[in-house]
Design a binder for this molecule. Structure first.
Ligand SMILES: O=C(O)CCC(=O)C(=O)O
Ligand SMILES: [Fe+2]
Length: 274
């Protein structure tokens, strides 16, 4: 099954029949990323569509992208801060991650709607982590099956300063409340096993000594970095991209500060990974 699918004939500004929504959801479960082209919708229409997937993600007391502003339901992911208030993420590289992995209940689905992007604006790339798991060798699958990860919340550090790192507790314990999650999670709908790991933040495997943990981290990173089960999206105004946040990680490269690139994001509340 390919990662990512593009649908040309969906109109989110009109009433949607339930069978159309179910088809979108089905595509999401199979392809992990669904692109709806040529949308022209208000915030209210965007919100109404998002709500079909479930309740809107709420950050609670732990910091995430956008919750230092007044409005956390729609987060403006953009670099034109003067024109779009509460606009986040600037133009720096965003390393491969699944949204909110560092909190108790990361979102199940996220979506970005391109409202102001110039031609050839920086793309976003998603990697299919269900495929990533399925192609691991059986010995490694067996070795990792009961492991738990801790991902340290990057928003407790100065913005943009965190890189992928295996934490050595003897030297430095990153700040913030921690929540462990399984390294191999199960998708509640597709029942697939997913390698629930990112390439972006400070992390560790719970209860493992540093040398052993670091060696495993390097091995899994190597696997992730060499995957081909990816979809890269080149943005056009009106694109609305929905992704299965349980089963993918996403990345965007850095871009020129003067490049126009403004997207609006809504995330859907998810379960505690199991
Ligand atoms: O700017 C992008 O392409 C992705 C940003 C991101 O990680 C997000 O909105 O969750
Ligand atoms: Fe993200």
């Amino acid at each position: 099954m390919t990662t990512g699918i593009c649908l040309e004939n969906i109109n989110l500004s009109a009433e949607m029949q339930s069978d159309i929504f179910l088809a979108i959801q089905n595509h999401l479960h199979h392809h992990k990323v669904v692109v709806l082209k040529k949308q022209n919708i208000s915030d209210e229409q965007f919100m109404n569509f998002a709500l079909k997937f479930g309740a809107i993600f709420q950050a609670g007391k732990n910091p995430v992208l956008g919750n230092s502003g007044s409005e956390t339901n729609i987060v403006v992911v953009g670099n034109q801060a003067k024109e779009y208030k509460n606009s986040y993420l600037g133009h720096q590289e965003v390393l491969p991650h699944s949204d909110h992995q560092w909190i108790l209940n990361p979102s199940s689905v996220s979506m970005l709607y391109a409202i102001d992007v110039e031609k050839n604006a920086a793309p976003t790339t998603w990697t299919n982590m269900a495929t990533a798991y399925s192609i691991l060798d059986e010995t490694l699958k067996d070795q990792i099956k009961n492991l738990k990860t801790i991902t340290y919340n990057p928003f407790f550090r100065p913005f943009g300063t965190v890189n992928a790192k295996y934490v050595n507790r003897n030297l430095d314990i990153p700040p913030g409340e921690i929540f462990e999650h399984p390294l191999v999670r199960t998708h509640p709908i597709t029942r697939e096993k997913i390698l629930y790991m990112h390439r972006a933040y400070e992390m560790e495997f719970e209860g493992m000594n540093y040398d052993e943990g670091f060696a495993l981290w390097c091995k899994l990173n190597d696997h992730i970095d060499n995957l081909e089960c990816k979809y890269t999206h080149k943005w056009e105004i009106g694109d609305l991209v929905i992704w299965d946040n349980r089963a993918t990680i996403h990345y965007r490269p850095s871009f020129a500060p003067n490049e126009r690139r403004v997207l609006k994001r809504i995330s859907i509340s998810g379960e505690r990974p199991f």
